[in-house]
Design a protein around this ligand. Structure first.
Ligand SMILES: *Cc1c(COP(=O)(O)O)cnc(C)c1O
Length: 386
């Protein structure tokens, strides 16, 4: 597929192995917002890491196979997908761990302020960690909807998602950053439901710190390591709480005290999970092969899928996701009576989605491997169950 700005949805389907439906055929896989499908390139990279690198190179792999440099090497590749110039992103621990480190570090950038402002509907781990970080940092946690946030002179940190994990609503990150900065607060954005499905312009928007998953729309595999972004202007003052040895300026000096590595490298904690990292590196080729469309094209294809799905739904379907393209992310959520039961019934019909309490079904439109037929089939099967 030649590079252009509006690829046909499903253009890279042949590069993936899709989960099986009960009849043995490929499923209509609309759970890529939860766990992306498997790119062949991720499998190949993982097999090579196991059979050639670990087995045959052993400990020398840290240098000879480039393992040691992987967190930043992959960081730059992921950074290119979120509008970050090189040297500002590191890949390593889970989103939860990265978020913990960044929220504390953000609070430490504004030591004289007392409030941590967070999205009331944030993903549970983001809410639980904000609660703990507020306690540890002596902050008061206030929660509200991102579009209703009113940071003031006492606000240290504003923590928001780019897209609501439940409803699929896309927030106006530019406006949020502008309000936060006008009040002197630091913004920590969670890009888990945005990275790989739409362009995000971290540098241009002036976002301070960000985290995101790589096992959703980046297809890195179950538990793939997350990424953390720190804008260059904060590098030399960033004071992370997890002072692990691999974030040391001289990790093999084995010195008494922790001296932070220059730049974003100080966010490294322990030994990177190489097998997961290398699988992710393979998976990223879906996005940065010379033949891949740019992210505006990926976004257009995902919106086209969502549109086809919405058009094919029966009248009266209770769609909670905003219909305007500007205001939705990569998935569409539909309110139903028995979400778990319907999710299971759809799976029996070969349509894989997920359910979120209390009453939502989420249909994820990962454009590289989902086709317009898939989107319409899902709507038809949902209608048949109602
Ligand atoms: C998926 C997701 C997470 C997941 O966190 P893990 O530590 O990877 O389990 C966190 N935050 C948001 C907003 C998410 O969508």
């Amino acid at each position: 597929m030649p590079s252009n700005s509006s690829p046909e949805p499903g253009w890279a389907r042949a590069a993936f192995t899709l989960p099986r439906a009960p009849d043995g055929a490929d499923a209509v896989y609309l759970a890529g917002n939860s766990l992306g499908a498997q790119p062949h390139a991720a499998r190949a990279a993982l097999l090579s890491a196991v059979d050639e690198q670990w087995a045959r190179v052993g400990v020398a792999g840290w240098e000879d196979c480039g393992w040691w440099a992987t967190p930043q090497r992959l960081g730059d590749r992921v950074g290119a997908l979120v509008g970050a110039a090189p040297g500002q992103v590191v890949v390593g621990d889970s989103t939860s761990v990265q978020l913990f480190g960044l929220l504390i570090a953000a609070a430490r950038l504004r030591p004289d302020r007392r409030v941590l402002l967070s999205d009331a509907g944030h993903f549970p781990t983001d809410r639980y960690l904000a609660t703990s970080v507020a306690r540890l940092s002596g902050l008061t946690l206030r929660t509200t909807s991102p579009d209703a946030m009113a940071p003031d002179a006492d606000t240290a940190v504003v923590a928001v998602p780019a897209v609501d994990f439940r409803t699929g609503e896309r927030w106006d990150l530019a406006a949020i950053v502008e309000r936060a900065h006008a009040a002197g607060a630091v913004v920590v954005a969670d890009l888990s439901h945005a990275v790989g499905v739409m362009p995000v312009e971290l540098d241009a928007l002036g976002v301070d710190l960000a985290v995101g998953c790589t096992y959703k729309y980046l297809n890195g595999g179950p538990g793939a390591p997350a990424f953390a972004y720190v804008a260059t202007r904060h590098h030399e003052v960033l004071d992370p709480p997890l002072t692990g040895w691999t974030g040391h300026a001289d990790p093999f000096g084995m010195t008494e005290a922790w001296t932070p590595a220059p730049g974003v490298g100080r966010l490294r904690v322990g030994t990177p999970p190489m097998l997961s990292m290398l699988a992710l590196e393979g998976a990223l080729s879906v996005f940065d092969d010379v033949d891949s469309p740019d992210l505006a094209g990926v976004r257009a294809a995902s919106l086209a899928l969502g549109h086809a799905f919405l058009e094919a739904l029966p009248a009266g379907a209770d769609v909670v996701t905003p219909r305007e393209h500007e205001r939705r992310g990569g998935h569409v959520a539909v309110r139903v009576r028995d979400a778990d039961g319907m999710c299971a019934a759809l799976a029996r019909r070969g349509v894989v989605v997920d359910a979120r309490p209390p009453d939502l079904l989420r249909f994820g439109f990962a454009a590289p491997y989902v086709t317009l037929d898939d989107a319409r089939t899902a709507a038809r099967e949902l209608a048949a169950l109602r």
